[in-house]
Design a protein around this ligand. Structure first.
Ligand code: IFG
Length: 528
C-alpha cells in the first residue's frame, strides 16, 4: 500500500504541475450526463461547471452518518486504483478542498428511498439522497460520468473530468434483480462476489440464489447434514462438474458483501419439484423409502417430495427455519416450478402446509408463478417466467388480490438463452435472445392483468446447465443485463432502443478495462 501511496503522490504532483487546480482546458469530459445506464429521470447538463477530480480532492460524509461513510469508503475504493490519488474519506460538515460530498437528507422528496440528486459544479460533486442505497445509486452514476479509464486496475495519468450539471433520478420499480443458479453448477464465493460487483454497476439491488435442485444442494443445513455431504459433494452438477456448496459462513460473507453494495440476497429452495438432490441424500424422504441415484443430466420435472409423508414437512420446516435464520433479507423463495411429478391436488396440499412456514419464520414468500395455483397471502410474490405477452389466470388473480408480481419473462430476461444459434453457451427453448430482444418490452404490459401498480420489479435469471465459470456468467449477462436493469429502473418515457444501443456502446471500453468478459453483439456500435 505504501508504494501505491508514494506513486499516487508522484502522479498527483505531476498532474497538479501539469495544470494546477482548475480543470485543464484540454480535459473535455469523455462521458455525458445523458450516457448513463439505466437512463436517469432528469438530466440537466451545464458545460460551464465541469469538475476535475484532482490529487487534493476528498470525499466527505456528514459526521455520524455510518451508512453514508460506508458508501464513501466504497467510492474511494472505486476511484483510487485508476487515479492513484489518496482521496481521503472525511466525516465533516464542510470542506475547503475540492470535494465529493455524500449527503443524507435535504434532497427533493420525489426521489424517494432509492433515488438521488447529483450536482456537479466547478467546486465539486454533491450526491444527496434519503438513504445509503440512494447515495450508492448516485455513486454508480458518478462512476459512469468519469472516463472509461476509471475502470483500470492501475494508475493512469490523465485528467479525471466529470461533466457539469444536475441529475435527478429514482427507480420506476423498487426491485431490480438477477438470479444465479448454483445448483446445476456451483460457483465459488469469489465468483459470486465478482458477479455482485458487476450487478452493482447497473443499480441491480437483489441477487436471487437458486440453492437446490435435482443435481445439487448448495447450502449447509445443520439438521440435515447429508444434503451437502451427499447432495453437495464432488461430481454433483450437470455433466458431473461443479460440485460444492456454501457453508453458513460463506453465505454470511456473501450477504455482507452484497449489503455493502446495497444488494439483498434472496435464497431459493425449490420444492416440491426439482428435489432429486435432497431425495438422493435421504432415503427416508422418498415415498418408497428408497433413495434415487444422483442426477447430472439436464432433465426437469421428474422429482417430487413425498406429499403424503409427515417426515417431508419436518424436513421442509427445518430447512425453512435454518435458511430464514441465516438470511438478513426479507424474502424466502420456495420455487414451486415444473412440479410435473406432483399431482395438482398434491401440489395444493403441499403448498397449503408449507406456505405458512415462511411467515412463521419471519420471511415474505416468493415463488415461481405456478405457486399462484395455491392460496397465497397478498404479501406473496409470484415470479412470472412464461414468455412476455403470456397469460396466467392464477397470476392475474394474485395481482387482483394485491400481490406484487416479479417479472422474468423467459423470452426477454433469461440470460441463459443463446444470443443467436451460433452462441456456444446457453440454451435455446425461449430464445435466441439478442440484446434488442432483451430490451424491447415493457414490464407494465408484459402480463395480462398485471399493470404498473402490480409490478414489484424485474429479475434476470441465469440458469447454469451450460455455465462453468465467471467468464461464462459475464458472457451471458453482458450486455443483456444492463438492458433488464434499464427496464426496472428507468421511466418508460426514457426508454428507447436507439438511445440505449448508443449509450451501451460507450460501456464496451469500461468492460474491456474492468475485465468484464462480454459478448460484442453486432447490434451495438462498439467504438474502436
Ligand atoms: N426452466 C426451469 C429451470 C431451468 C430453466 C433453463 C424455471 C423457473 C428452464 N424452471 O425456469 O430450472 O432449467 O432455462
Amino acid at each position: 500500500m505504501r508504494k501505491r501511496t508514494i506513486l499516487g503522490g508522484v502522479l498527483a504532483v505531476a498532474t497538479l504541475g501539469m495544470s494546477g487546480l482548475a480543470a485543464p482546458a484540454t480535459a473535455a469530459p469523455d462521458a455525458r450526463l445523458a450516457d448513463v445506464i439505466p437512463a436517469p429521470v432528469e438530466v440537466r447538463p451545464n458545460p460551464a461547471a465541469d469538475f476535475w477530480i484532482n490529487p487534493a480532492t476528498q470525499i466527505r460524509t456528514q459526521p455520524g452518518a455510518k451508512g453514508a461513510k460506508r458508501v464513501g469508503d466504497y467510492l474511494a475504493g472505486v476511484l483510487r486504483p485508476a487515479t492513484g490519488y489518496p482521496l481521503p474519506v472525511a466525516e465533516s460538515r464542510y470542506s475547503v478542498l475540492p470535494t465529493i460530498s455524500l449527503v443524507l437528507g435535504d434532497a427533493e422528496a420525489r426521489i424517494g428511498k432509492q433515488g438521488y440528486q447529483l450536482d456537479v459544479t466547478r467546486k465539486g460533486v454533491t450526491i444527496r439522497a434519503n438513504s445509503a442505497s440512494g447515495l450508492f445509486a448516485g455513486v454508480q452514476t458518478l462512476r459512469q460520468l468519469l472516463p472509461a479509464e476509471i475502470e483500470s486496475s492501475g494508475p493512469r495519468l490523465r485528467a479525471w473530468t466529470v461533466p457539469g450539471g444536475r441529475i435527478l433520478d429514482y427507480p420506476r420499480f423498487g426491485y431490480r434483480g438477477a438470479m444465479l443458479d448454483l445448483a446445476r453448477h456451483f460457483h465459488t464465493v469469489p465468483e459470486i462476489k465478482r458477479y455482485i460487483d458487476d450487478l452493482a454497476r447497473y443499480k441491480i439491488n437483489h441477487l436471487h440464489l437458486h440453492l437446490a435442485d435435482d443435481q445439487g444442494w448448495r447450502i449447509q443445513i445443520d439438521s440435515w447434514p447429508k444434503l451437502t455431504a451427499v447432495g453437495g459433494g464432488q461430481g454433483t452438477g450437470v455433466d458431473g462438474a461443479g460440485g460444492g456448496y456454501l457453508t453458513k459462513a460463506d453465505y454470511a460473507e456473501l450477504n455482507e458483501y452484497a449489503a455493502a453494495r446495497q444488494l439483498t440476497i434472496v435464497p431459493e429452495i425449490d420444492m416440491p419439484g426439482h428435489t432429486n438432490a435432497a431425495l438422493s441424500s435421504y432415503a427416508e424422504l422418498n415415498c418408497d423409502g428408497v433413495a434415487p441415484p444422483p442426477r447430472t443430466d439436464m432433465e426437469v420435472g421428474y422429482s417430487s417430495l413425498c406429499v403424503g409423508k409427515e417426515n417431508t414437512y419436518a424436513f421442509v420446516e427445518d430447512v425453512i427455519r435454518e435458511v430464514a435464520a441465516m438470511t438478513p433479507g426479507p424474502y424466502l423463495h420456495l420455487g414451486g416450478d415444473e412440479a410435473e411429478a406432483t399431482t395438482d391436488a398434491d401440489y395444493r396440499t403441499f403448498m397449503r402446509r408449507v406456505i405458512p412456514l415462511v411467515g412463521k419464520y419471519g420471511k415474505r414468500l416468493a415463488g415461481w408463478h405456478e405457486i399462484a395455483q395455491a392460496d397465497l397471502p397478498a404479501s406473496a410474490v409470484p415470479q412470472f417466467w412464461d414468455s412476455a405477452g403470456g397469460v396466467d389466470d392464477n397470476v392475474a388473480r394474485a395481482a387482483g388480490n394485491g400481490s406484487k408480481i416479479l417479472l422474468s419473462p423467459a423470452n426477454k430476461s433469461y440470460l441463459d438463452m443463446k444470443y443467436n444459434e451460433n452462441t456456444e453457451l446457453g440454451l435455446t427453448w425461449a430464445g435466441p435472445t439478442e440484446v434488442r430482444d432483451a430490451y424491447d418490452w415493457d414490464p407494465a404490459s408484459a402480463v395480462r392483468g398485471v399493470g404498473e401498480r402490480s409490478v414489484l420489479g424485474v429479475e434476470a435469471p441465469l440458469w447454469s446447465e451450460t455455465v462453468r465459470s465467471i467468464d461464462d456468467i459475464e458472457f451471458l449477462a453482458f450486455p443483456r443485463l444492463p438492458a433488464i436493469a434499464e427496464k426496472g429502473w428507468s421511466a418508460k418515457a426514457g426508454q428507447d432502443w436507439e438511445s440505449f444501443r448508443q449509450r451501451l456502446a460507450g460501456h464496451g471500453p469500461r468492460w474491456d478495462l474492468g475485465g468484464v468478459n462480454y459478448y460484442r453483439s453486432p447490434q451495438i456500435p462498439w467504438p474502436g
